[in-house]
Design a protein around this ligand. Structure first.
Ligand code: BES
Ligand code: MN
Ligand code: ZN
Length: 499
C-alpha cells in the first residue's frame, strides 16, 4: 500500500475508484469540512433516523454526491474518546465488503475532522480484511479483483499529518507481513515442504539483507539433535533448522523468536483421526509468524538484534518412523521417552530452543507454536495461551497484545506440573497424564530446554486459523496470528534499555 499526505485545502478531484472515509461519533454534529452540504445533511438524517448511529464497529457506505468519490464511507467510532483500536480494526474489516464491491482502489482518510481517531487501526482492518488466497484457483473469483492499493491521509496540519501517515504506513507494513505469513500457512503440505519453508526464509534475507543459514539433517545429527530428528524419521522430506539473524549493534540486546514449523502433522504412529486432519497443514503457523515478524524487523530496522529460528519438519508415518516408547537424547543431553509421537512440536522445539540459547545467547526468547488441542479447549479461538518463566517478558507481551488485539492469556508453570512429565525410563516424558492441563504440560516440557533465559511460550493452536466473527479475519484461512503481536513486542523491547 502506498501512502500520501493531503492537506485539507489541497484535496484533489479524485477518481471513481476512491472512497472518502469519515469517522463519525454517536454525537450528531458537523463531521468534516470536505463534505458537500448534501452529504453532511445525509449524515444528519442517517443519525436521526437511526439507520447509521455512529456506534463503534458500524460502517455505512453513502453514495457520493460529487464525481470525486465513489462513496463516502462512514466509520462509526461511538462516544467521543471511547473508541478502541480494535473497534476500528473491525470497522476496517467490515468496510472491505463495500470497498471490494465498488472496486475501490484508493482511500482518503479524514484525519482533520471533528474527532481524533487511530486511523492506522482502520487501515489494519482494511489490509487484513482484503486478504485472499487464490494461489490454487484456476479462475480467481470476482472477489479477488481490485484491492485498496493507496491511502491518502487528509489533514490540516503538516506535522500531525506526517506522523499519522507514518503510523498508517507502519500498520500496513506489519499487516502485509501478516498476510505474507497467511500465504505460507495456507499452502498445502505438498507445496510448502520444509525445504520450501527454508527457501521462503532465504528470500527474506536475499530481499532485505540479513543473515540466512540452515542446519541440514547431517549437521543436526552431528550436533546430537535427536529430539528433532526423531520426529523427522518417518518422512522423505529432509528437515531444516532455519536460521535468520538481524544484527544492529553489539551493545544492543538480542531477542530470539522461535516458531514451530511442522509442515504436516499426521500424529506419526500415534496417528490422528482422519476427520479434520487436513487442518494439520497449519501446524507450521508458529514458523510462519516468526518469519513474518522477522520481515517487519528487516524492513523497519529497529535498534535491537533479532534472531529467528524455525525448525521445519514433517511428522508422518513410515517403516522408519519413531515409535511410541522410543527414547531419544536431546541436544541438551536430556533423555526423552516419546510416549506419544503426536506430541512432536515440543520435541522439535526442545532442540531448536537449546540451540538458540547456546548459539546466540539471547536476552529473551519467545516461541510460538500450534502446540496443543488442549489450548483450544481452554481458550477457544479468541486468545493464545502464554506460559513464561519471567514476569517482565510476559508483561511486555501483554502490552503488545492489548495494542494489537492479538490476545494472550497466561497459564501457570508451577513445579507441581513439572513433576507430571518426569519419564519412567528416561529423564522426561513428552506427554503428561491424559486430559490434565495439556497446554501447560507442553509449556513445562519446553521450559526444560531454555536454561535460565527469560522466555515465553505462546500456544497459538486456537488463534492460528478457524477464527470466527472477527470481520477482518476470514474463518476459512490462516489468520497470521503472531506477526502483529511480535512486531509490536519487538518495537516495545527496542524502546527498553538493556538489562
Ligand atoms: N499440532 C497439534 C496440536 C493441535 C491440535 C493444534 C489441534 C491445533 C488443533 C500437536 O502436535 C498435537 O498433536 N498435540 C497433541 C498433544 C498430546 C498428544 C499430548 C494434542 O493436542 O492432542
Ligand atoms: Mn501432533
Ligand atoms: Zn503438531
Amino acid at each position: 500500500m502506498d501512502f500520501d499526505l493531503i492537506l485539507s485545502g489541497d484535496l484533489p478531484a479524485s477518481t471513481v475508484r476512491t472512497a472518502l472515509v469519515i469517522p463519525v461519533t454517536d454525537v450528531a454534529g458537523p463531521v468534516s469540512s470536505v463534505l458537500t452540504g448534501e452529504e453532511a445533511a445525509a449524515i444528519v438524517r442517517l443519525q436521526e433516523s437511526g439507520v447509521f448511529k455512529g456506534k463503534a464497529e458500524e460502517v455505512y457506505a453513502l453514495p457520493s454526491s460529487t464525481d470525486s468519490y465513489a462513496v463516502v464511507l462512514l466509520a462509526g467510532i461511538g462516544k467521543p474518546g471511547t473508541c478502541t483500536a480494535e473497534n476500528l480494526r473491525r470497522a476496517g474489516g467490515k468496510a472491505v465488503e463495500f470497498l471490494r464491491r465498488d472496486r475501490i482502489e484508493r482511500l482518503i482518510l479524514e484525519c482533520a475532522g471533528a474527532c481524533d481517531w487511530p486511523a492506522n487501526a482502520f487501515v489494519e482492518g482494511v489490509c487484513l480484511g482484503q486478504y485472499r488466497f487464490d494461489k490454487f484457483k484456476s479462475i480467481p473469483s470476482d472477489a479477488f479483483s481490485g484491492s485498496v492499493a493507496s491511502v491518502g491521509v487528509l489533514c490540516t496540519d503538516q506535522a500531525q499529518g506526517a506522523a499519522l501517515k507514518a503510523e498508517c504506513r507502519y500498520a500496513a507494513t506489519v499487516c502485509e507481513n501478516a498476510n505474507w505469513a497467511r500465504d505460507l500457512a495456507n499452502r498445502p503440505s505438498n507445496d510448502l515442504t520444509p525445504a520450501q519453508l527454508a527457501y521462503e526464509a532465504k528470500s527474506i534475507a536475499d530481499h532485505y539483507g540479513c543473515a540466512y543459514d540452515f542446519l541440514d539433517e547431517g549437521k543436526m545429527s552431528e550436533l546430537g539433535m535427536n529430539a528433532l530428528l526423531g520426529v523427522s524419521r518417518g518422512s522423505s522430506q529432509p528437515s531444516k533448522l532455519i536460521l535468520l539473524s538481524y544484527h544492529c549493534g553489539p551493545e544492543l540486546p538480542t531477542l530470539a523468536l522461535v516458531g514451530k514449523g511442522i509442515t504436516f502433522d499426521t500424529g506419526g504412529v500415534s496417528i490422528k483421526p482422519a476427520e479434520g486432519m487436513q487442518e494439520m497443514k497449519y501446524d507450521m503457523c508458529g514458523a510462519a509468524a516468526v518469519l513474518g515478524a522477522m520481515r517487519t524487523v528487516v524492513q523497519t530496522k529497529p535498534r535491537v538484534n533479532v534472531v529467528c529460528v524455525a525448525p521445519a519438519v514433517e511428522n508422518v508415518i513410515g517403516s522408519r518412523a519413531q515409535r511410541p516408547g522410543d527414547v531419544v537424547r536431546a541436544y541438551n543431553g536430556k533423555t526423552i521417552e516419546v510416549n506419544n509421537t503426536d506430541a512432536e512440536g515440543r520435541l522439535i522445539l526442545a532442540d531448536a530452543l537449546t540451540y538458540t540459547v547456546d548459539t546466540y545467547r539471547p536476552d529473551v526468547i519467545v516461541d510460538l507454536a500450534t502446540l496443543t488441542g488442549a489450548c483450544v479447549v481452554a481458550l477457544g479461538h479468541h486468545a493464545a495461551g502464554v506460559m513464561a518463566n519471567n514476569d517482565k517478558v510476559f508483561s511486555t507481551l501483554q502490552g503488545a497484545a492489548d495494542a494489537t488485539g492479538e490476545r494472550i492469556w497466561r497459564f501457570p508453570l508451577w513445579d507441581d506440573y513439572g513433576k507430571l512429565i518426569e519419564g519412567t525410563h528416561a529423564d522426561l516424558s513428552n506427554i503428561g497424564p491424559p486430559k490434565e492441563a495439556g497446554a501447560i504440560m507442553g509449556g513445562c516440557f519446553l521450559k526444560e530446554f531454555v536454561k535460565d533465559t527469560p522466555w515465553a511460550h505462546i500456544d497459538i493452536a486456537g488463534t492460528a486459523w478457524g477464527v470466527k466473527n472477527v470481520p477482518y479475519l476470514d474463518p476459512k484461512h490462516a489468520t497470521g496470528y503472531g506477526v502483529r503481536l511480535l512486531s509490536e513486542w519487538i518495537r516495545r523491547e527496542t524502546a527498553a534499555p538493556k538489562k
